[in-house]
Design a protein around this ligand. Structure first.
Ligand code: NAD
Length: 513
């Protein structure tokens, strides 16, 4: 049972999907191992995915490097024209792409379409950026001299992505890389290769429509960790942008670091929200439920820890439990569903393990946590989102469990709440609900939240593409998407130009020969 993917049909032979698309050509290597694809919605078979090996990854890198040599000299606004065409194609195929995301990653249609919209948004951002890759002019200390800075194309960029944003994370990277003059080698999650193949097909058509764009600009290699490792180790790849677990990030950082390459890491989060006594609880409640239970808790920015003022908890907790108990969890294809399935059995088991640990370590399960059996497809892992009351950042709370578990704890003084917010190894997203300007400002200031994202009166998830996205500590320190994140995809040169008749040295040094 193959999905019908009008407009964005990935290449397929029988029911076997290719291990790679290199220079626009689908590759079905003889004897390559295959992985059976199953939909998280109902466990239905989706076909067989061939897996690439490190040798195929090396070929993709070689072709990406050749493409880079041509692409880097194409004027940046013309590179923007390619991204404009990609954006057009995405608009026309938004529904179809979203359907594949739902089928393969289990997202509800609204969120799947939102993910495709992020791709459209970053296209528009990148098109504008293609005319704004500005450097600086700097005052020189020497007479008749001028200094300037230029941003130039960097090289082939390796992009390793996670299952939970199978389209948008690649798009954040690739659209910026393309306008910056770079080529891209993409290693998607082995759990969501169909999204990647569909995306690559669409991008391939846009590339083919433009004479200046080399076929090798966008390479796709579907494989396991060994393929990611091979890209990370390849000295021809100056930048590796990797999104996924902390465990993966530590490996990639070590491999890229050992060859003194650059890595851009977007790793796990453990995001908290502080609910103060002045918080508007009606807004806070909606923000909590969307951030904690939405996407079945499978966002890097999912709300995992709720830090509530002790005076507010007696009012907030019953309301939260009521909202959780009426949440429509089920098949995303059924209208009205707000929470879909977990990605697979392993994810469900990890959730159960975390709930057991929480109990052992002193937590109290307030509601949820069990697998749902009624009115959902039998082959999917549908769970009731859980709320667990904890006395603070227990050991289990410090670890990111990629499932809908919300740990709730209380505080008395704001300093204590901020310490709890910061008291975990990760530092991606954070939020405070308050009507007091002082509290909001303290939360965002130097001694406040230590996260890359600190929000006021909105939840932790659902960032816009205009800002730089990423986090500190074990989240990896990388920034992607908006603001000046593009600088990571370019190399900076400093130029000093002498237009005089003498050769004065900097710092007044005399060296007369
Ligand atoms: P994962 O770490 O299992 O896999 C991510 C990618 O890394 C996959 O493509 C995988 O094949 C690859 N990989 C695994 N080991 C590797 C290695 N040693 N070398 C190179 N590549 C390797 O993550 P996942 O389960 O797909 O995704 C969930 C995780 O991703 C969560 O921790 C989540 O917080 C994180 N995430 C972070 C962000 C962010 O922007 N910070 C966004 C989305 C997801």
């Amino acid at each position: 049972t193959l999905p019908v993917l009008a407009g964005v049909q990935p290449p397929v032979r029988g029911s076997t999907y290719p291990a790679a698309i290199i220079d626009g050509e689908a590759r079905f290597p003889e004897g390559a191992p295959a992985r059976a694809l199953k939909s998280p919605l109902d466990g239905a078979p989706l076909g067989s995915q061939l897996l690439a090996d490190p040798a195929l990854a090396a070929e993709a890198v070689e072709r990406a490097q050749a493409a880079f040599m041509a692409w880097r000299t194409v004027p940046a606004p013309r590179r923007g024209e390619l991204v404009r065409r990609i954006g057009e194609a995405v608009r026309q195929n938004k529904r179809e792409l979203a359907r594949i995301i739902t089928l393969e990653a289990g997202k509800i249609p609204a969120e799947a379409e939102g993910e495709v919209q992020e791709w459209i948004d970053i296209c528009e951002f990148a098109v504008g950026l293609s005319r704004q890759l500005h450097g600086l002019t700097i005052a020189s200390e020497r007479p008749d001299h001028r200094m300037m800075e230029q941003w130039l194309p960097l090289g082939p960029v390796g992009v390793i992505t996670a299952f939970n944003f199978p389209v948008a994370v690649w798009a954040w990277n690739a659209m910026l890389a393309f306008v910056c003059g770079d080529s891209v080698i993409w290693k998607p999650s082995e759990k969501t290769p169909l999204c990647a193949l569909a995306v690559q097909t669409l991008v391939g058509q846009a590339i083919a429509s433009m004479d200046e764009a080399p076929a090798g600009l966008s390479q796709l290699v579907v494989g396991l960790a060994d393929v990611g490792e091979a890209i990370a180790a390849d000295t021809r790849v100056p930048l590796v942008s990797a999104t996924g677990s902390v465990r993966m990030g530590k490996r990639v950082a070590a491999t890229v670091g050992a060859r003194l390459g650059r890595s851009l890491l977007e790793l796990g989060g453990n995001n908290a929200m502080i609910v103060t006594p002045t918080a508007r609880l009606d807004l806070a409640l909606r923000a909590i439920v969307f951030a904690a239970a939405g996407t079945a808790g499978q966002r890097c920015t999912t709300l995992r820890r709720l830090i509530v003022h002790e005076s507010v908890l007696p009012e907030l907790l019953p309301k939260l439990v009521k909202a959780y108990e009426s949440l429509p969890v089920g098949d995303p294809r059924v209208p009205g569903t707000l929470v879909g399935p977990l990605i697979d059995a392993a994810s469900f088991e990890a959730m159960q393990l975390a709930l057991d640990d929480a109990k052992i370590q002193g937590g109290r399960i307030v509601c949820g946590g069990r697998r749902i059996a009624d009115n959902v497809p039998a082959g999917g892992f549908y769970v009731q989102p859980a709320i667990v009351e904890v006395p603070g950042n227990l050991k289990v709370v410090c670890h990111e469990t990629f499932a809908p578990i919300l740990y709730v704890m209380t505080y008395r003084e704001l300093d204590e709440a901020i310490a709890l917010n910061n008291g975990v190894p990760q530092g991606l997203s954070s939020a405070i609900f308050t009507e007091r300007m002082q509290e909001a400002e303290r939360f965002m200031a130097a001694a406040g939240s230590d996260c890359g994202i600190a929000n006021v009166n909105i939840g932790t998830s659902g960032a816009e593409i205009g800002g730089a996205f990423g986090g500190e500590k074990e989240t990896g320190g990388g920034r992607e998407s908006g603001s000046d994140s593009w600088k990571a995809y370019m190399r900076r040169t400093t130029n000093t130009i002498n237009y005089g008749d003498a050769l004065p040295l900097a710092q007044g040094i005399r060296f007369d020969v």
